[in-house]
Design a protein around this ligand. Structure first.
Ligand code: G6Q
Length: 538
């Protein structure tokens, strides 16, 4: 069945009419306790409170129609069952299945795509054995001592998601274990990590699906050189996560784990890309809980009633705010210090997936696709950019994330409230303040309000809730791609800069070898690169 553009769906016209008179959240009779308790959607670990969005029952009905007309849930099921959806019709494209969900479809007799899940299970078994060997002292350094630290070398999808989850769950770390990350080709990134480590007790996990990424290969060489300089044998310390048959698929590693071409980098946290490091840091059982949390959401996302499907509802509310109420950006504001890198992960997952200008037939879109996504944890952000989101000239929809309990449970009463209560009270207060606003005779103290937001709330940030949160956003982003009729799974937009940087490096190395650049400069591109190279050499 041919995919239709968002604006060709009949419900879109209805939503346009409804948007002209969207709910005004500042009206005194709007934000009532009935409304707050009515507009709640619950899926297992999380509740989505969306009474502070500019919606009413008519809008929700039209959004339900939009979801039905786009066949969003059917497309999600097609994806899970292994249909080739990473493609642009009639044009050269990646032409792949999209099966990150297979990595966690492990807890049932009949997985959606049995072959991919069998491959995931095989890698998990290898991981369990590897971690068991580390625990049992079978894998040790040249002096027979165990490993305390791991450095993950990788970039983009091979860094952001895994790093976000490591920070989120470090409260549950195995005693005496630490993880560090090197991603940037900036040599200071590697130096600042390596300088503080006892390399003899450190494993290095080199992660690259393609096995060809400039930054990762360069950093691997840099780290290997540090091991050799310290008189250590890299063969006893380096493990790899890569695609089978990639240039990094080599016996030089202590262990190799595989990921497959049907798992996109930015959707790879629950594959071995995140698994090896998270298993080392948290233990195998905790990694399995992450998978379990994600799997519960993957199943809940099959629900067709939008008021019972958190990721689908979030996707639709996002489209309502972005396409129909014309809000340009989206702030994701977690009230949890553990989620300090979560917005960075979402920036990649969302903006690399949905920052597209053509549809799945290769035609230019006549409407906006993915918004600019940004965010920082509260309450820190309150003392920084919240001024703009309350009183600025642009309206920024907000997705708050919060937890009723702290992770470490090291909290005390100060002025009769705990710090966790102070944290959550601030989240709720911000949500309300953005919605309701405040009238004042002094224009500088007026808050316009009517600023849409919702709250994702769970009891506690644990491996299981983290897995659920990750999968909620993955599915939300995927649903939005289906609704915008774009391919959320390729990333051609990152290629041009990469190509030019490689050309520039060729110029620089020939300069270094020959003393002077002697290549062709008559073509405008070569000339521009030469000028740029001169800037670097100055
Ligand atoms: C993610 C992107 C991209 C990728 C990195 C690293 O979806 O494809 O961010 O993850 O470029 O790629 P490798 O894992 O192949 O090194």
């Amino acid at each position: 069945m041919a995919f239709r553009n968002l604006d060709q769906l009949p419900a879109y016209a209805a939503l346009k009419n409804l948007a002209a008179s969207a709910v005004d959240l500042t009206r005194p009779d709007i934000i009532t306790t009935e409304r707050i308790s009515k507009y709640v959607c619950s899926n297992g670990e999380f509740d989505l409170l969306y009474g502070t969005q500019r919606v009413n029952d008519d809008v929700l009905e039209a959004l339900q129609q939009l979801a039905d007309e786009s066949r969003a849930v059917d497309q999600f099921l097609d994806m899970k069952r292994g249909q080739v959806i990473n493609r642009i019709e009639g044009h050269d494209s990646e032409n792949r299945q999209v099966l990150h969900t297979a990595c966690r479809d492990l807890f049932t007799e009949s997985p959606c795509e049995p072959k991919a899940t069998a491959q995931a299970r095989q890698e998990l078994d290898k991981l369990r054995k590897f971690l068991g060997d580390i625990d049992a002292g079978v894998i040790v350094n040249s002096e027979g001592a165990g490993f305390t630290d791991m450095v993950q070398v990788g970039i983009g999808g091979s860094d952001l998601g895994p790093r976000a989850l490591y920070h989120a769950l470090s409260a549950y770390q195995v005693a005496g274990r630490r993880v560090h990350f090197i991603s940037n080709v900036d040599p200071d990134d590697a130096a600042s990590v390596l300088n503080k480590l006892d390399l003899s007790r450190t494993l290095v996990n080199v992660v690259s699906k393609s096995g060809t990424t400039l930054e990762t290969l360069t950093n691997e060489e840099l780290v290997r050189a540090a091991y050799v300089k310290a008189g250590l044998d890299p063969a006893l310390h380096f493990v790899a996560v890569t695609g089978a048959g990639s240039p990094m698929d080599s016996p030089k590693y202590l262990r190799s784990f595989y990921m497959f071409d049907y798992i996109g980098g930015r959707y790879s946290v629950t594959s071995m890309v995140g698994g090896v490091m998270l298993g080392f840091a948290l233990g195998y059982a905790a990694f399995e809980k992450i998978l379990r949390g994600a799997d519960m959401v993957d199943k809940a996302a099959e629900e067709r009633d939008i008021t019972k499907n958190i990721p689908l509802l979030m996707a639709l509310l996002g489209i309502w705010n972005h396409n129909l109420l014309d809000c340009e950006t989206l702030a994701v504001l977690p009230y949890s210090q553990g989620l300090i890198r979560f917005a960075a992960h979402l920036q990649q997952c969302d903006m690399e997936s949905n920052g597209k200008a053509i549809n799945r037939q290769g035609d230019f879109l006549p409407y906006q696709s993915g918004p600019i996504v940004w965010g920082e944890p509260g309450t820190n952000g309150q003392h920084a950019f919240y001024q703009l989101i309350h009183q600025g000239t642009t309206v920024v929809p907000v997705e708050f994330v919060g937890f009723r309990e702290s992770q470490y449970d090291q909290d005390i009463l100060i002025h009769e409230t705990t710090s966790q209560e102070k944290l959550v009270a601030n989240l709720l207060a911000q949500s309300l303040a953005l919605a309701v606003g405040h009238k004042d005779d002094n224009p500088n103290r007026t808050f316009p309000g009517n600023r849409p937001n919702s709250i994702l709330m769970a009891d506690k940030l644990t491996p299981q809730t983290m897995g659920a949160l990750l999968a909620i956003y993955e599915a939300k982003i995927t649903f939005q791609g289906f609704l915008w009729n774009i391919n959320s799974f390729d990333q051609e937009g990152v290629q041009l800069g990469k190509k030019l940087a490689n050309q520039l490096l060729d110029h620089l190395s020939s300069w270094r070898l020959d003393g002077e650049y002697t290549g062709m400069t008559s073509d405008p591109e070569g000339w521009a690169l030469l000028q740029t190279a001169r800037v670097i050499r100055k």
